[in-house]
Ligand binder design. Structure first.
Ligand code: PEP
Ligand code: MG
Length: 756
């Protein structure tokens, strides 16, 4: 059974498209179980029906047409029960539904199993047979196993839009393509897709209509020629010393490149309308899929050879890559991974939206996009992003969805939402320079999180009363080497000068995790539990001291700087960092700078720091909660993984209780307690943080207005009552509903609702 299963799975994986995959599956299952019929019904949520999408044994003309309401028949029963149903004579079952167009009268034995993905029934897989009989346990287990495979295929088809086109074609109408991801930065962006891709990575190459087909073919021929020449030289040099099997490899490579077959195939794809790099990706993918499906070990091993050859040719094509990203006036930037550099390269004012295949709401690129106020959708994973080049796209950063080639009416609807957003912005502008004081006169500081050079002006314009977190790693990430002490000093001084006399908290370098430095690669299986933040800088005191000296020198004459340490898990780290900071300070004083030792704080970002908040507070001047990491570590939910994004919520009761503990411990030591994770910019959470007693909230520039509005429209007493109420609740879903309802009742629903 296992061998048969493996074959079916491989064959299905190499299918050209979704329909073919389904057809292969039903045929092979019918064969393997020696049964007369096998069919797949998929759920069409739009119409509340199951649709027959593939069959072996039922009326093939009914495919795409036969529809059964979700709550009817045996198919409906399998979906409702969410478990297999095995009946020897289905015609006698009370839920048997006779559908004439199916032509299933002849069948009596019935085994149906639900196809479930992420707890959701996507369809039903059934087998049938004329003679009444019960399928045995092994057959049932076989079908259930295949249903789990089918679930992944359907989920992929759903994400890539093939599922909706299949279902809608059957209803004779089409909607625009909608792809789902995770909200990254709120807002609606409408613009033209611009796909960026990593060099030397075939899989990420987008499709692109070539400007000139002949030029693309010439480029291709030259690239093949160069790859051939490279291999020839290499083999000449190495051949004599190579063992026979390795020589054979060279021969295989040469044969593939010499035969006109592969080159011609790519050229044909160019003539069909793709540029050389896209055509190469299509061709190599086609061959690797085919080889992977073969039942021959030797041929399967050739997959790596084909990929390797493809990469060699690609490298030559990219040497002459004339097509640098073409940014339009309203660019929707799309990529597997988007880096801060990619964002910075789009000309000012042209970035209308961002779509990242990887990452989640609290990935650093999403945080940066929020700081830049660019609507962003993260984690669109399965979406075929290479097809999005030059397409008109709507990015819905509220819901985490993207719409490709929208209909005019949908576009109008989203344009209306953009106007609504602008209205809210105008209203918020009116309170920009007013303090964040509650109706019962409690004042809380609202600060801004900064990091990108370009966002100083945005931060200043937000009405914030200082910078609660400056992520110093961002300028480090935008270079191809560590910045010198002097380069750092200039950046910090500009920031301190722009905000003086308002306070600015500079955080020491926090790289590792999802913030790699291109020139300081760290390879780890588990980077978020590995070498990151203070762990790196304490291991490299020369990097730490260079940064501290730059900060100290930069602060001369302003007296508004504070320094904060990230990812502290233990008091010894603080002791060691303080020793180095005092050393750096003394050295800079010795150089003749007239400066005070700045206030030093630690970030509370991991559970151990929560439990030791008091010991930490004793050593420093302030605490600042990094709720992005704290949520990730308390809930054990990777902040970058869209698959578990639904579990990541800073309003989780466990997170709220740890925040209360931090505030209490910090205040017991008489220290200022702040919070600088994204949670502080969430109007619903901000009220609870106010009630807990946080002295300041630091957030993205775009959230300052909304949070200030909420605070000015509430009393602290009411916030305390809400906190008391939510502390009796056991789930973040209930807590969020409760808080949103409270905002709604206070007439502030529009602050959380724009775009919904
Ligand atoms: C945090 O973890 O909440 C935080 C502010 O730091 P970062 O998002 O940069 O990791
Ligand atoms: Mg952090």
């Amino acid at each position: 059974m296992l061998t048969i299963l493996r074959h079916i799975i491989q064959e299905v994986a190499s299918a050209e498209d979704f329909s073919e995959a389904l057809d292969i599956m039903v045929k092979r299952i019918a064969n393997a179980l020696a049964t007369q019929a096998c069919s797949v019904f998929l759920v069409d949520r739009h119409h509340g029906e199951y649709v027959l999408v593939a069959t072996q044994g039922l009326n093939s003309k009914a495919v795409g047409k036969l529809r059964v309401p979700l709550n009817q028949g045996l198919i409906g029963l399998v979906g409702e029960r969410e478990e297999p149903i095995n009946i020897d004579d289905a015609t006698k079952h009370p839920r048997f539904l006779h559908v004439a167009e199916a032509k299933e009268e002849a069948y009596r034995a019935f085994l149906g199993t639900p196809v479930i993905y992420h707890r959701q029934v996507l369809g039903v897989l059934i087998v049938q047979q004329q003679e009444p009989r019960r399928y045995d346990e092994a057959e049932e287990a076989f079908l259930v196993t295949l249903a789990t495979q089918l679930a992944a295929i359907i989920a992929h088809a759903e994400a890539t839009g093939s599922l909706s086109s299949l279902l809608e074609t059957s209803k004779g109408k089409r909607h625009e393509l909608v792809y789902a991801g995770v909200p990254g930065a709120q807002g609606i962006g409408i613009g033209k897709g611009c796909v960026i891709y990593a060099p030397f990575d075939l899989d990420t190459i987008p499709d692109r209509v070539p400007d000139d087909i002949e030029i693309e073919i010439t480029l291709l021929n030259n690239a093949f020629q160069s790859a051939r020449e490279e291999l020839r030289l290499l083999s000449e040099r190495l051949y004599p010393s190579l063992p026979p099997e390795e020589r054979e490899l060279f021969d295989v490579y040469q044969r593939i490149l010499d035969s006109s077959g592969l080159g011609n195939e790519v050229a044909n794809k160019i003539r069909e309308g793709n540029w050389a790099q896209g055509a190469l990706r299509e061709t190599i993918l086609h061959h690797t899929r085919h080889l992977e499906s073969l039942d021959n070990e030797y041929m399967r091993e050739r997959v790596d050879d084909i990929k390797d050859l493809g990469l060699r040719v690609l490298a030559y094509l990219q040497q002459h890559d004339r097509a640098k990203p073409q940014y339009s006036e309203r660019t929707i930037l799309i990529g597997e991974i988007i880096t801060p550099n990619d964002l910075a390269e789009v000309p000012e004012g042209c970035l209308a939206g961002v779509i990242s295949a990887r990452g989640s709401s609290n990935s650093h690129v999403a945080i940066l996009a929020r700081a830049m106020r660019v609507p962003t959708v993260m984690g669109v994973g399965e979406t075929p992003i290479h097809e999005l080049q030059d397409k008109e796209i709507i990015v819905d950063g509220y819901y985490g969805q993207i719409y490709v080639s929208p209909t005019p009416s949908l576009r109008v609807e989203f344009e209306r939402l953009i106007q609504e957003e602008l209205k809210v912005d105008v209203a918020l502008e009116e309170i920009r320079d007013l303090p964040a004081t509650t109706k019962d006169d409690h004042r809380i500081l609202l600060l801004v999180n900064a990091g990108l050079g370009a966002d100083i002006s945005v931060s200043l314009a937000s009405g914030a009363e200082g910078v609660g977190l400056y992520r110093t790693e961002i300028p480090f990430m935008m270079r191809d080497r560590f910045p010198s002490t002097e380069e750092q000093r200039i950046i910090y001084r500009q920031l301190l000068a722009s905000f003086a006399p308002r306070p600015v908290i500079l955080r020491t370098l926090d790289v590792g995790g999802d913030k790699p430095l291109p020139y300081f690669p760290i390879k780890e299986d588990n980077p978020f539990l590995g070498w990151r933040g203070i762990r790196i800088t304490l291991d490299h005191p020369e990097i730490f001291l260079s940064q501290i000296r730059a900060m100290m020198r930069a602060s001369e004459g302003f007296n508004n700087m504070q320094v904060m340490l990230p990812m502290i898990t233990d008091v010894t780290e603080v002791d060691e960092a303080l020793r180095l900071i005092r050393k750096g300070y003394a050295e800079v004083r010795d150089e003749g700078y007239d400066i005070e030792l700045p206030p030093i704080g630690v970030m509370i970002e991991v559970p151990s720091a929560v439990y030791q908040a008091r010991a930490l507070a004793k050593r420093v001047d302030f605490l600042s909660v990094g709720s992005n990491d704290l949520t990730q570590y308390i809930l054990a939910v990777d902040r970058n993984n869209p698959r578990v994004a639904n579990l990541y919520d800073s309003l989780h009761p466990a997170v709220l209780r740890s925040l209360i503990q931090v505030v209490e411990n910090g205040h017991q030591e008489g220290k200022h307690v702040s919070i600088c994770g994204e949670m502080a910019g969430d109007p619903a959470a901000a009220l609870l943080l106010l009630a807990m007693g946080f002295d300041s909230l630091s957030m993205n520039a775009c959230s300052v207005g909304r949070v200030k509005w909420v605070i000015r429209n509430f009393t602290r007493k009411k916030a305390a009552k809400l906190l008391h109420e939510v502390l009796s609740m056991e789930s973040s879903v209930m807590i969020r509903c409760h808080m949103e309802l409270a905002l709604e009742r206070a007439g502030l629903g529009h602050l959380i609702r724009v775009g919904r």
